[in-house]
Design a protein around this ligand. Structure first.
Ligand code: ADP
Ligand code: MG
Length: 344
């Protein structure tokens, strides 16, 4: 879990303190192979229970539609692309794919959800992704690089999707969680709920506040137990982290994490973690992945994606912040120094 709701920590460690704040309710369930945590403030029990049911449904819908390797709408689309066929798609499906295309374009295709074959080559699109195995052959990687699939190859017109490049294989692991969280928050707001956090395996979006005080979240240290920093959220904000420390496999003592640089075909290796703060969870999620790939060049990538708030932990452990993030993160033990970096 990358980001830990401090409120949840408080509840685990000091139950008495939470008893004196009975208006915050928490629930947990599982989806996307990870734990979803929902915190609701000032909501009665019945509304809370109904809301949790709706959220479970929302997450399960996104998961079932966009699962990259179990039969889903996405696997049907990928089969059509591979066999050079057009395929009819629903409007909500078109909407997510168009959003992915525009985020990919803004990121100069470092966020490349058309690179599903590459994620597959590396073994991350299977249930046993953590098992030790040799990396793909240089030949396979070079063939993939030569086929150069990007979201720019996809066309959607009159409800039909086509790809000019059969090497495109869509895989939305880089932003499906953000998309699901945005759907979940929309569902909460439809229920009239205005103070909540939806946390998916540590990435989250918060709305409103925890009564008179803000929601406060912790960002996990990429190499140690516990948190590196905390952030007091202002109303509607999402915090998404991409890191090299959760999904990776080991082979002959070397670590191969799951975020792949589409320019080289190999895992990106200039950062341990990148945290992005933005109101929109889909954008925050895609941007965290793109900035992780950009590595040293992250300030220019952040500018290209209209992201103002970034914290990056370099592979040497040094912390880099965007100018606007300086006022927002509270580093644990006032950890210094940090490097403040802006776009060229
Ligand atoms: P997490 O899901 O752990 O929060 P990310 O949001 O960074 O991490 O998503 C990583 C997933 O996205 C990978 O498992 C893979 O499916 C996919 N992915 C890997 N590299 C890229 C990339 N360059 N662009 C888009 N998606 C990627
Ligand atoms: Mg992401």
């Amino acid at each position: 879990m990358k980001i830990i709701s401090l409120l949840l920590i408080c509840c685990t460690l000091t139950l008495a303190a939470c008893d004196s704040e009975p208006r915050a309710r928490q629930a947990k369930f599982y989806a996307f192979g990870t734990e979803i945590g929902v915190s609701l403030y000032d909501v009665d029990k019945e509304t809370a229970n109904n809301t949790i049911d709706i959220l479970e449904q929302t997450f399960s819908n996104v998961n079932n539609t966009w699962h990259a390797w179990q039969p889903s709408t996405l696997t049907r689309i990928n089969e059509a692309i591979a066999s050079k066929q057009a395929i009819a798609i629903e409007q909500d499906v078109a909407q997510l794919i168009s959003l992915a295309s525009s985020l990919a374009k803004d990121s100069q295709h470092l966020f490349n959800p058309a690179a599903g074959k590459l994620f597959e080559l590396w073994g991350f699109h299977q249930d046993n992704w953590f098992e030790s195995r040799p990396p793909p052959s240089a030949e396979d990687i070079n063939n993939w690089l030569a086929s150069n699939p990007t979201m720019a190859d996809i066309d959607i017109e009159n409800g039909k999707l086509t790809s000019t490049n059969p090497a495109v294989k869509l895989g939305f692991g880089g932003f499906a969680k953000g998309y699901a969280v945005d759907q979940a928050i929309a569902a909460l707001q439809q229920q009239g709920i205005s103070d909540a956090i939806v946390n998916i395996g540590g990435d989250l979006r918060a709305i409103g506040s925890h009564g008179k005080r803000p929601w406060i979240v912790g960002i996990r240290h990429p190499r140690q137990e516990g948190i590196l920093a905390s952030i007091a959220l202002k109303g509607d904000e999402s915090v998404f982290t991409s890191g090299d420390y959760e999904r990776f496999f080991l082979y002959e003592g070397k670590r191969y994490p799951h975020i792949i640089d589409p320019r080289t075909g190999y895992p990106a290796d200039q950062a341990m973690s990148v945290t992005v703060l933005h109101s929109n969870a889909s954008l925050a999620d895609a941007a965290a992945t793109a900035l992780f790939v950009a590595g040293e060049d992250w300030p220019n990538m952040a500018a290209a994606m209209a992201i103002d708030h970034v914290m990056l932990v370099r592979s040497d452990g040094q912390i880099e912040l965007s100018p606007k993030m300086v006022d927002r993160v509270q580093l644990i033990n006032n950890r210094k120094p940090v490097i403040i970096r802006s776009a060229d």
